[in-house]
Ligand binder design. Structure first.
Ligand code: PGA
Length: 254
């Protein structure tokens, strides 16, 4: 089963507008046009409109993701961003369930499931994050813990929707720490994620869903993850901030 790799940068809460514009102009010109990989940047909501407008080619190879959205399309939710609004800007993806949102903003599996439904309702694609803490990893519970997160996030979605979405497995202990997972751990966990999808939605769906590894991925280590049969790409924080580094990640995907 061949799945198109997807490399998604997650800028988190970084950059000022001039830096975002500079990144777009450098990357858009240099991005490989062979269409072998989906290249996505997850930007702060305040940049999304400018990012989409800044991409000059109508069919730009660079796609844009929001880093979060609310699960309602409109209402009295001060400070939140509506999936309907994000979709109207032409944004393709929304990252949901990142461990920073789960930990610092107390997002639950139920919230993440509602957001997944809202993203599809607005014709975008969710990138659903999952991942265990160091304590859970060390106690040997990672497969069960992550499996439960994935199953809860996908509840009530159609087989067709699940086949089209992206799941990012990101062990919390590997995020921003420089302590990346071994390629065997990444492969085993991405396979475990796919097995949960197979159990809940069937093997055909599991063969189509794209599963990324994330956590201290950089241009020097990405190739070893991409060589794993169940790893279809990466969600990358720190190494996505500079154009040269982001482009090097794309180049490493063959
Ligand atoms: P990192 O972040 O690449 O800086 O470890 C990954 C993420 O949080 O998505």
């Amino acid at each position: 089963m061949s799945r198109k790799p997807i490399i998604a940068g997650n800028w988190k809460m970084n950059k000022v507008p001039a830096e975002a514009r500079e990144f777009i102009s450098q990357v858009e010109l240099a991005i490989p046009s062979n269409n072998l990989v989906d290249a996505v940047i997850g930007a702060p909501a305040i940049f999304l409109e400018g990012m989409k407008k800044g991409l000059s080619k109508a069919n730009s190879q660079l796609q844009v993701a929001a880093q979060n959205c609310h699960f309602e399309d409109a209402g009295a939710f001060t400070g939140e961003n509506s999936p309907k609004t994000i979709a109207a800007l032409g944004v393709e993806y929304v990252i949901i369930g990142h461990s920073e949102r789960r930990d610092y903003f107390h997002e639950t599996d139920e919230d993440i499931n509602k957001k997944a439904h809202a993203i599809f309702r607005n014709d975008m694609t969710p990138i659903i994050c999952c991942g265990e803490s160091l304590e859970t990893y060390e106690s040997g519970q990672a497969v069960d813990f992550v499996g439960a997160q994935v199953s809860a996030a996908l509840k009530g979605l159609s087989a067709e929707q699940v086949a089209s979405l992206v799941i990012a497995y990101e062990p919390i202990w590997a995020i921003g720490t420089g302590k990346s997972a071994t390629k065997d751990d990444a492969q085993n966990m991405c396979k475990a994620v796919r097995d949960v999808v197979a159990r809940d939605f069937g093997q055909e769906v599991a063969d189509k869903v794209r599963v990324q590894y994330g956590g201290s991925v950089n241009p020097a280590n990405i190739a070893e993850y991409m060589a794993c049969p169940d790893v279809d790409g990466a969600l990358v924080g720190g190494a996505s901030l500079e154009p040269a580094s982001f482009l090097a990640l794309l180049e490493a995907v063959k």
